[in-house]
Design a protein. Sequence first.
Length: 217
Amino acid sequence: MSISVLYNDYRSLVLQVIKQAGDTMTSTNIKRTALSLFAKHGYNGTSLSDIAKQVGMKKPSLYNHFSSKADLFLAVADEVFAAYVDYIEKALAQVRGTSVKMKLKQALLSTAQFLSSHDVGMMYMRMVMFPPAELCQDIRKRFESFEGKTDDMYMALFREGIQNNEIAPGDISVYVKSFYALLDGISTEMYMYSSEKMDAKIEASWTVFWQGICERN
């Protein structure tokens, strides 16, 4: 599947990010609205009054659900990080039983899909690259926890690839770091190029990456 097709899939992903289980509809609406505004305007460019107005309530009513703007931002951050892990896990489940090459490429394409979802992808990038100064440590802790989960997924894939002779024997941690560098490059360029150019860039970078790690018989 090309990134050109994936670019149009963000609406359903936005709804998936804000989970409703164990939450009230009002809190869900607040988080969904906050996600959109934080993504567009950043933490400092969004006020609780902005969020309350768009939700259709008075600002004091927000405090029945979240103690502060920081509390709301971190709640949205938790959901976005969790949604990324869930998204990749489901994507890999769809290609279970295939080659490791196919699984890794699916993870790459799914990351591009996740980041191309306008509000969710932009919120993710803002948190990772430009976290609010006063929340930097909180975001970093959450990111480290989130990355620990993706570490486990990717290390398992590289280990499987070495075991079945798809990937040349080597330091798995080095392979994972290199794969992250590829994902990070795609993450940045998603906001610089058209979907058609990103198709070509993803395919080219993937081809070179795989050629560098595959086992040559």
